[in-house]
Write a protein that binds this ligand. Structure first.
Ligand SMILES: O=C[C@H](O)COP(=O)(O)O
Length: 256
């Protein structure tokens, strides 16, 4: 069965001291509560990662990067390799977030290269996919998501895909306050699972966690997390506030 995950993506927010305080508080929360149903992951900016990983080395809180290089090492100014992440104690990373795709040119091919590095390094990648508003209006969400999955997963074996996490994040629902309805989320999640079944196997489809992302808040999480093909959330804005994120973890623990 797919793992249940509540993940936070801090994006380019929180200065180091604010970030470390939040890590400490979340780590204490995870230790103090019986979280036998959900895994909790947070993705701080690169500069916080090494210390955050050190702080959580013996905690149930998992630290993830937000991105990694598609190259192993060398003259790639501004990039961070998977080896560097691993050396810092970070074993997870988001890949292909829509903000990377939109502002920094992460094409499906590029995303595929980054995924290759993470799988070689035995890391857990969270592959992000999702359609823009125009595609949703044209009813092309499944077509877009299928094409992103095909491009990103090209060349991977079923066993390799089994170790990935997928996040469905409709771009029109990110940071906009507009959430996909639980039915809309379920529809695309079910489609992703069907895609994985048809392309790989039912075993792979059932092993891959599919997270929903896009304006998830304590007020709407119960219904979204309650959908049969939703295995958790990738949360932006609400992961920056301790009370809100903890509430989402509690809802995840109860509903997922
Ligand atoms: O990675 C997280 C998503 O982009 C969702 O962000 P949001 O919860 O602020 O809409």
């Amino acid at each position: 069965m797919a793992r249940k995950i509540v993940a936070g993506n801090w994006k380019m927010n929180l200065l180091p001291d604010e970030g470390y305080q939040l890590i400490e508080d979340l780590s204490n929360f995870c230790e103090g509560n019986k979280l036998d149903n959900v895994e909790v992951v947070v993705s701080p900016p690169f500069i916080h990662l090494a210390k955050a990983a050190e702080m959580t080395a013996h905690s149930k809180l998992t630290i993830s990067a937000q991105n990694c290089s598609d190259q192993l090492s060398g003259a790639y100014t501004g990039e961070v390799s998977v080896e560097m992440l691993k050396a810092a104690g970070v074993n997870w990373t988001l890949i292909g977030h829509s903000e990377r795709r939109e502002y920094y040119g992460d094409t499906d091919e590029f995303v595929n290269g980054k995924l290759k590095r993470t799988i070689e390094a035995e890391m857990t990648p969270v592959l992000c996919v999702g359609e823009v508003l125009e595609d949703r209006k044209a009813g092309k969400q499944e077509e877009v998501v299928a094409s992103q999955l095909k491009g990103a997963l090209a060349g991977f074996s079923a066993d390799e895909v089994k170790n990935m996490v997928i996040a469905y994040e409709p771009v029109w629902a990110i940071g906009t306050g507009e959430t996909a309805s639980p039915e809309q989320a379920q529809e695309v999640h079910a489609f992703i699972r069907k895609y994985l079944t048809q392309t790989y196997s039912a075993e792979v489809a059932n092993a891959v966690s599919i997270l929903y992302g896009g304006s998830v808040k304590p007020e709407n999480a119960k219904e979204i997390f309650g959908q049969p093909d939703v295995d958790g959330g990738l949360i932006g804005g609400a992961s920056l506030k301790y009370e809100q994120f903890v509430k989402l973890i509690e809802i995840g623990q109860e509903v997922l």
